[in-house]
Design a protein around this ligand. Structure first.
Ligand code: SAM
Length: 352
């Protein structure tokens, strides 16, 4: 997926074509305010207020305790972005805001909005330091209890849509009985597989403060004892021997260094039964062949690479790198399965 600027008339088309439009101002002046406006709108409860029938600026401002003039400015931008429709000065939700931003919708990303607004936004201030030092924030070492709660709710919100596609597409043995979900948090990926395979049970290995916040989220998914948490640390714990049919590590490789990922792969290979699969589910860093022609259009992969570098020091990995860890651990890399719903993300699968 790529980000493009679409001219609205012939003059704009010509201006863009002859490089007359200062595009860096679009990226550096317009995009930050767009991002923050959407985050604040969700955080201040504007989408919920409109959904609950507050439709004029004054009604929404009263409901959300906001300044009407400032809110009118925000609504103008949200209108252009396609989050609202307006008629006779009354606002209604569009399909986008209704499906993705209302708290109680099945696929809502609202939890991600709160985490990004309240916890992640201040981290972006540190990008300049990261560029100088190469040392990321390593946030798992510093989160407060409240931030852990936002984090775990955000992970649940971010993977609602993905987990369903994962459940449909993950190439797992049909007779699998036991799965290990490393850094599995809310457990949505495990739950998706357990719903498909009636004999499967899953163990979610995660850090103790994560489990404290993720336990109620998992309980709500209604799988009972079939999916259970186990407190531990993937970097220091062994995973056992020939125990699992499936090992999943979703969105954790980008927090670990190359060496740590190799060591995890070694322990995973030992813990798998013959015929078992190891799935690394990740944002993929596009291969860099040293030529801009080869960079492609993977906006998600490249921006997440920088974001994970800043937040975890490591960053994304390419398919080739992930398969290299799997191969070195004695596994046989097999399929790479991409997502329709989440561009830039893939399951990199290897078999024992
Ligand atoms: C980005 S979240 C991904 C959650 C989930 N797997 C998903 O795909 O939505 C990373 C998870 O890994 C956990 N984690 C981080 N370091 C870990 C470690 N050393 N051992 C086990 N879990 C870890 C975090 O607590 C968090 O729940």
């Amino acid at each position: 997926m790529r980000l493009t600027v679409t001219p609205e008339n012939l003059l704009e088309w010509i201006a863009l074509k002859i490089n007359l439009v200062p595009l860096p101002l679009l990226h550096a002046q317009i995009f930050p305010i767009v991002g923050k406006a959407v985050l604040e709108a969700a955080d201040k409860g504007i989408f919920e207020a409109v959904s609950n029938g507050k439709q004029t600026v004054d009604e929404i401002a009263a409901e959300c305790q906001l300044n009407p003039k400032a809110l009118r400015e925000l609504m103008g931008l949200l209108l252009v972005l396609g989050y609202f429709k307006q008629r006779d000065n009354r606002y209604t939700l569009t399909r986008i805001s209704r499906r993705w931003l209302l708290k109680d919708q099945q696929e809502s990303v609202f939890g991600m909005m709160l985490f990004n607004n309240r916890v992640v936004w201040p981290w972006l201030e540190q990008l300049g330091d990261y560029l100088k030092t190469g040392k990321g924030i390593q946030y798992h070492d510093h989160l407060t209890t409240e931030q852990w709660a936002y984090y775990q709710q955000a992970m649940l919100a971010a993977t609602g849509t993905e987990a369903r596609e994962f459940g449909r597409k993950a190439p797992v043995p049909k007779n699998a009985t036991l799965m290990l979900d490393i850094g599995g948090s809310h457990g949505q990926h495990s739950v998706a597989l357990c719903r498909k395979l009636p004999n499967l049970q899953a163990i979610i290995l995660d850090l103790p403060p994560a489990i404290e916040q993720a336990a109620p989220l998992l309980a709500r998914l209604g799988m009972g004892d079939r999916v259970r948490h186990q407190a531990g640390n993937a970097l220091t714990d062994e995973f056992g021997e020939a125990q699992y049919d499936i090992v999943l590590m979703s969105s954790l490789a980008h927090h670990f260094s190359e060496e740590q990922n190799r060591e995890v792969a070694r322990k995973v290979a030992k813990s798998l039964k013959p015929g078992g699969v190891y799935i690394v589910n990740e944002f993929i860093r596009p291969e860099d062949d040293g030529n801009s022609a080869g960079v492609g259009t993977n906006l998600v992969g490249n921006s997440m690479d920088l974001f994970y570098g800043l937040t975890s020091t490591a960053g994304n990995y390419s398919v080739r790198e992930i398969q290299d860890w799997q191969h070195a651990a004695g596994l046989k890399p097999s399929k790479v399965i991409t997502y329709l719903s989440i561009p830039g993300r893939a399951m990199v699968v290897a078999k024992k």
